[in-house]
Structures are given as structure tokens and as C-alpha cells.
Design a binder for this molecule. Sequence first.
Ligand SMILES: Nc1ncnc2c1ncn2[C@@H]1O[C@H](COP(=O)(O)OP(=O)(O)OP(=O)(O)O)[C@@H](O)[C@H]1O
Length: 246
Amino acid sequence: MITIAYSGRGFTPAQAHAPALALEGLTVMYPGASRPALREVSLSVPTGRRVALVGANGSGKSTLLKAVAGLLYPQAGSIRIYGRPVGACHHRVAYLPQRGEIDWDFPVTVERMVLAGRYVHLGWLRSPNQSDQQRVLQVLEQLGLADLAQRQISQLSGGQQQRALLARALVQDADLLLLDEPLSAVDAASRAIIAAVLERLGQQGKTALVATHHLDRLEEEFDHIFGLEQGALTQVQNLHASLEVA
Ligand SMILES: Nc1ncnc2c1ncn2[C@@H]1O[C@H](COP(=O)(O)OP(=O)(O)OP(=O)(O)O)[C@@H](O)[C@H]1O
């Protein structure tokens, strides 16, 4: 057994040498659907890798991320995160939903929205303290959002909204990041910022699974590609010969 430190309520054991994520025969069916949205998907993501999840609309990318985030209950198969079942280490997993799933008219500032990413570390009794605030400001700075901290989220552009969502996921200081279309609606400058963030996460030993339709720079921005077609895994590609997909 090993333990991985995190900046919140203590330590949670991770299984020694376990991959960041391991799916075995994962099958998900939405109520009333005629066929599964995910069909017996098995894959393994080693720690510290950036993985692109690609596929046409409706191929199951969001469903896979939601299942790993614990938002959907699979009909069959297993999900292991650092060797543990979903929910055993929820503070370690940060999920960035598609931009369209957020109510951007909700009256809250960018800073408050991003601060919500720290709540997983607070528990019932602790309010955000100065170090939580500092972490938020640091990430806002990193993502070029510091000047917008006090702006209402309804007043952000699409690309700024996308960066605010990423900021909320980053302040969680999770080890596994599940990012659903973080590159949608972003311009070249925002994309460069997000790519730099992903690279840094990899250097810090963090793992990112990213659903994306942006296929032009996969080789520069990711270590592996997983392809989905109608809910089935069709492609596993190792972009860097020196790396091995488990
Ligand atoms: N809440 C839901 N209820 C019923 N069916 C759903 C639901 N969400 C998704 N589906 C179906 O599950 C399948 C996979 O959808 P999913 O959103 O995972 O695809 P995706 O690859 O993320 O698509 P996109 O690229 O458009 O985001 C599709 O056939 C979709 O219609």
C-alpha cells in the first residue's frame, strides 16, 4: 500500500502500482435506450499521462467521463481509480463538464465559481480559508482570468467560460482530471494556455483524460489516443514510442 498526499483532510490509500484509471468491460445503458451508450470498454491509463478521447458525436465520450466521475451507474463492468472503486477517492478526481451543462445565468462571480472546486477539501465544518483563496487566485492568474475574477459568470465569453471551468477543476488539486471538451469555443491563445496547463499536469504526475473534437495537434498535446465508435473502443494509439499503454 502507498499513500498519496493531498492538501485536504488527510491521506487516502492508493493501491501500489495501480494505473490511474482502469476500466474492465464497462457497459452503460441510459434508461429507455435501445442500445448501450458504452459497450464493454476496457482500457488502462498509466499515471501521469495525457489521454485524448476521440470519436464522432454520440460515440460515448461524455458517457465514459461521467461514469468515471461517478455520475452514471454502469450496468456491467468495473471502474478502478488508483486501484480503488469510484467514490473511494472522490477528492482525487476532478470533472469538467461540457460548457452547455452549466447554468451560466446563475448569479455568481468567476472567483466564487472557481472556489467551489475547493469544497471537496473542506468537509462540513471548514469554510474556505486564505490558502484556498490564494490557490484560486493562482489558478485564475495561470489561466489569464485574474482580471475577470469579480465579473459575473454570465458576462464571460465562450472561451473565458471554458477557462473558468478548467480553473474550477484545477483548484481541486486532483490527481485524475476528466475534461469534457475543454477546447470547445477557445481561440488559439486560450488553447495554448490550456495545452501548457495539461503539459504541466503531466510533469506533476497528474493524469488527464480529455474528450476532444480538435484532432489537429493531438501528437503535441497528448501521450495516448483512445477512439470510441458507437460506444465501443476502436482505437488505442500510443503517440510517443517511449511510452507503453498498459
Ligand atoms: N441522458 C441521456 N439519456 C439517454 N441517452 C443519452 C443521454 N446522454 C447521452 N445519451 C446517448 O448516449 C450516446 C452517447 O452519448 P455521449 O454524450 O456520451 O456521446 P459523445 O461522444 O460525448 O458526443 P458529443 O461529441 O456530441 O459530446 C448517444 O447515443 C446519446 O444520444
